[in-house]
Design a protein. Structure first.
Lengths: 240, 591
């Protein structure tokens, strides 16, 4: 199961451009990919065989590797792709937010100072795309491989360097801005309501004991004073 | 070319708390009122219903009820030597953009600001001398007194279902309340909310230090309630989804469940949603306004709405923006120190500690918007001597949870990895076992904190964005240091397993992350037209038939949340218009 994403990408790329070129050039073929997959709704329900609306094959491989590294499987939760964080990210990037909804996108464009907040002429989807490309370029330079093909130790090095602002991208994209968005979306995919594609089976909420969309705590506030709230979390879809 | 509509008595710009209060009151007084709201109609029954309202991603992260910055935003800088850049998405503060305004998504904390704010310059000068106030601190008295506002605070609190415990009724100190509060005529509309464990632990520790904890007064109905207008409230369900959300239980005091529906039932009142006001129009002599122009944002059509009176009741920032765009009053110039529009923009500061208490189960998701406990010993307590500490103003300290939802709230001790198995384990362990102690601190007006129009960037209507120049000054740094010390002493006395200590905010103010939607000043009230934009009735010194209502009238910002005086001043202004202005239109205070 864990190699499925990479294998699929290799298969699809090999069919089009040949293996050697695939390492640096991506030709995404969403239609054949989609044709080989079950419908999106079914894919979102079941782990594995994800179908993407936005991510190309390289990006999907990056995101899958990223979320499985950041959220590894253990006794506390399944791994990132098994709880749909990759699906959440894909949908968020494909949707209104990813396309820059509510983002003021008029120039002139200047980097400014950190206290002025986000200042790039990029929608979140464009930022993600460019940032993955730049991170993979860094990984190729440092390790000779794209991020998804790195060892666990190497991935950890890359993420630590990104988080600490120690990587500068050659294409001029501020790495700290990319990382900030990546980190936030991984957290959203783990902890937002499952209707958004992630937090499958409320795994993120179960991890921390958050009861979800439950509305009424007026009596619970007395009953569970300093006690664990014992009920399983409930999502919006469970109450609809 | 704008289509000119038939003249009405009153046009209200923005329909939240202030527009709702004034619209209702003036329609009931027989005036024909048109309210123009930039946002859409949303109602609790169809928009704030469970389960769909319980969506942290949609409402907290993606700002579903807030101003759309793609259409209009501000530019931001810390000082006049910087180049201002647009706030490209919301962060530090969150103006609302639906019928009900920011009163839909507030937490409900409702305070009475006292003469310690309204007479700030005279009280400090009298006690500490003129030199205590730095030369660039442009604080001034407000021209109003607590005694004048008391009945209007009362009216707002009873309208909004404020739950709390009085600390001072007609001069008699009440056990369990805030002993420092100014005298009130009677108890709160409702008893306080149920406390939560974290607030109780904080209260006990604060009491042991000799401080005076009390339940925070909040417009979350602690029990079912019918207000004096007949608006019906359900009891708060402590659902943990208060700040940033509309209330499904109709337990949060909000204009869309109180004054607005009453106004809308009145044939004298008409609401036009999706109506974006672009300008207030002046008469040729500049002494009166004649109405407003607005755009129907559904199709771009422009209208002129003539009116006998214009009331700006939009969010505090947008009111100032409209004044600057309309050229009413002289724009403030920080170098020459002339002009008044844009002057004295203020914000709030703070400090916060996180306590990790192994073995506790705080269940942070079981909380109301205001199930906090507060200590005011360093706030409206005039016995607290600021002299040795060298700052003006005060801060309140409190504990409680405000929408502690998991995308945004996952406390872990310092040094915890940001991902991986150790991160997961820490996140799982501490979500239930952490609590906060926070201070909210005043920000005194400063010569170089102000608004003007941006020279470069424009909004969707082709108008200049407003430019905000703001940073914390020495006064805030000193206050923050004092607050952090007090918080850390209380926190350490609670023997936490780990403590992330409070620290003063000494870095430049930043537009991310969220801090507070308590932006004040810009069209300030005062005693004369030389140093204020409005008189004590929030009437423009320049155009007597223009009133500007909201926190934009505050000459400085206190540590308290602003909605108490915002609501009280709206009722105060409504009375002045109904009882005096309508009978004899003209300046209510001689210039």
């Amino acid at each position: 199961m864990q190699d499925q994403g990479f294998g699929r990408r290799d298969f699809l790329k090999g069919a089009v451009v040949g293996g050697a070129a695939a390492a640096t050039t991506t030709v995404a073929l969403p239609e054949p990919a989609a044709a080989q997959q079950p419908p999106a709704a079914a894919a979102a329900e079941a782990p594995g065989s994800p179908v993407y609306s936005f991510l190309n094959l390289d990006e999907a491989a990056f995101v899958e590797a990223l979320v499985d590294h950041m959220v590894p499987a253990d006794e506390l939760s399944p791994k990132g792709t098994d709880i749909g964080i990759n699906i959440y990210i894909d949908r968020a990037l494909a949707g209104a937010w990813g396309k820059g909804d509510r983002l003021y996108l008029q120039g002139p464009w200047k980097l400014g100072v950190p206290s002025q907040g986000y200042q790039l002429p990029l929608t979140p989807a464009q930022l993600y795309r460019t940032g993955i490309e730049a991170t993979n370029a860094h990984c190729h330079k440092a390790y000779g491989k794209s991020f998804d093909r790195l060892s666990e130790q190497q991935r950890e090095e890359v993420l630590l360097a990104l988080a600490a602002g120690k990587i500068s991208f050659d294409n001029g994209l501020p790495a700290r801005v990319f990382w900030g968005t990546v980190y936030q979306t991984v957290m959203e995919g783990m902890f937002s309501d499952p209707i958004h594609g992630g937090n499958r089976d409320k795994a993120g909420w179960k991890l921390i004991g958050f009861p979800g969309a439950v509305a009424v705590h007026r009596e619970n506030i007395l009953k569970y004073r300093d006690k664990k709230f014992p009920h399983e979390p409930v999502g919006i879809a469970d109450m609809s | 070319m704008a289509t000119k509509l038939k003249e009405v008595d009153v046009v209200v710009v923005g329909l939240g708390w202030t527009g709702g209060i004034l619209g209702k009151e003036l329609a009931e007084a027989g005036l024909k009122v048109v309210a123009l709201e930039r946002g859409a109609m949303r109602t609790p029954a169809k928009d704030y219903a469970v389960p769909f309202i319980r969506d942290e991603l949609r409402y907290v992260v993606r700002h579903d009820l807030m101003q759309n910055t793609a259409r209009d935003t501000l530019t931001i800088r810390n000082n006049p030597s910087q180049e201002a850049l647009p706030m490209r998405r919301l962060g530090s503060f969150l103006p609302g953009e639906v019928v009900g305004g920011s009163g839909v998504h507030w937490s409900g904390h409702t305070w009475r600001w006292t003469d310690m704010e309204f007479k700030v310059r005279s009280m400090y000068e009298e006690r500490y001398g003129k030199n205590f106030i730095p030369a660039d601190m442009t604080i001034q008295d407000w021209g109003i007194t607590y005694a004048e506002l008391e009945p209007y605070y009362d009216k707002f609190e009873y309208t909004a279902a404020v739950s709390g415990k009085a600390g001072n009724i007609k001069g008699q100190i009440q056990p369990g309340g805030n002993p420092f509060e100014a005298p009130r005529a009677r108890e709160y509309a409702l008893p306080p909310l149920r406390t939560i464990l974290s607030s109780e632990l904080f209260a006990e520790a604060a009491r042991n230090k000799g401080y005076h904890p009390f339940p925070r007064p909040t417009a979350n109905a602690s029990q079912a309630y019918t207000n004096p207008d007949g608006s019906v409230f359900g009891a708060c369900q402590y659902c943990g989804h208060c700040q940033r959300f509309g209330c499904e239980a109709n337990a949060k005091g909000s204009a869309q469940i109180t004054v607005i529906p009453i106004a809308m039932r009145n044939p004298n009142f008409e609401l036009r949603t999706n109506s974006w006001v672009t300008k207030v129009l002046k008469d040729s002599d500049g002494k009166r306004v004649t109405g407003v122009t607005y755009t129907n944002v559904l199709n771009g059509e422009e209208f002129e709405q003539p009116a006998g009176m214009v009331l700006l009741c939009a969010y505090a920032i947008n009111n100032v923006h409209l004044m600057l765009l309309s050229g009413i009053g002289a724009p403030y110039d920080p170098v020459a120190q002339t002009g008044v529009i844009g002057k004295n923009y203020c914000y709030q500061t703070g400090a916060s500690a996180t306590l990790f208490l192994e073995g506790r189960h705080f269940n942070p998701f079981m909380s109301a918007g205001g199930s906090n406990v507060t200590v005011d010993d360093f706030n409206i307590n005039w016995d607290f001597d600021r002299g040795p500490h060298g700052f003006v103003g005060g801060y309140n300290v409190g504990s409680g949870f405000n929408s502690p939802l998991p995308i945004g709230y996952r406390p872990v001790p310092r040094g915890t990895p940001q991902w991986g198995k150790a991160w997961k384990a820490a996140t799982a362990k501490w979500y239930q076992t952490a609590m906060n102690i926070n201070a909210s601190g005043a920000v005194m007006a400063n010569r170089y904190n102000y608004y003007d129009l941006d020279p470069t960037y424009r909004n969707a209507f082709g108008q200049p964005l407003m430019r905000m120049t703001f940073d914390y000054k020495t006064n805030e740094h000193k206050m923050g240091e004092h607050a952090a010390k007090v918080i850390n002493e209380i926190a350490r006395s609670m023997n936490p397993t780990h403590l992330t200590e409070a620290a003063a905010r000494t870095q430049p103010w930043t537009v991310v992350p969220y801090q507070s939607t308590h932006n004040t000043g810009g069209t300030i009230m005062g005693t004369n037209p030389r140093d204020s934009a409005l008189n004590k009735y929030l009437q423009s010194w320049d155009c007597h038939n223009l009133f500007v209502v909201g926190a934009n009238v505050f000459p400085h910002n206190a540590s308290y949340n602003p909605t108490g005086p915002v609501g009280a001043l709206a009722y105060w202004t409504a009375d002045a218009i109904k009882n005096r202005y309508v009978k004899s239109p003209g300046p209510l205070v001689p210039a």
